[in-house]
Design a protein. Structure first.
Length: 90
């Protein structure tokens, strides 16, 4: 996970992208779900402290806030809040 800033909050985040194991290693509650063909479908996120289960698709971001709360953002939402202004957060 890398650190990103959105005045003045610093968060850690990882984008759902290959290799999938990198995401699973960074987010222990991310469960890899496959299509019937065996291809990647999404990560099921059963985040601590909530009963909601989110789905993170390729390109989405998983963000950890300083208070320990996790959220899933689409790439557009993440770029709006944490991007560096040119649409590229890396």
């Amino acid at each position: 996970m890398k650190t990103y800033t959105h005045n003045p909050t610093e968060v850690e985040a990882i984008q759902v992208a290959r290799p999938w194991k990198r995401v699973q290693d960074a987010i222990p509650f991310a469960h890899h779900v496959k299509e019937a063909s065996g291809a990647f479908a999404f990560f099921k996120l059963s985040m601590p402290g909530t009963l909601d289960v989110a789905r993170a698709y390729e390109g989405d971001w998983i963000v950890k806030h300083p208070n320990g709360y996790y959220e899933k953002l689409t790439d557009d939402e993440f770029q709006r809040d944490y991007g560096d202004g040119d649409g590229n957060s890396d």
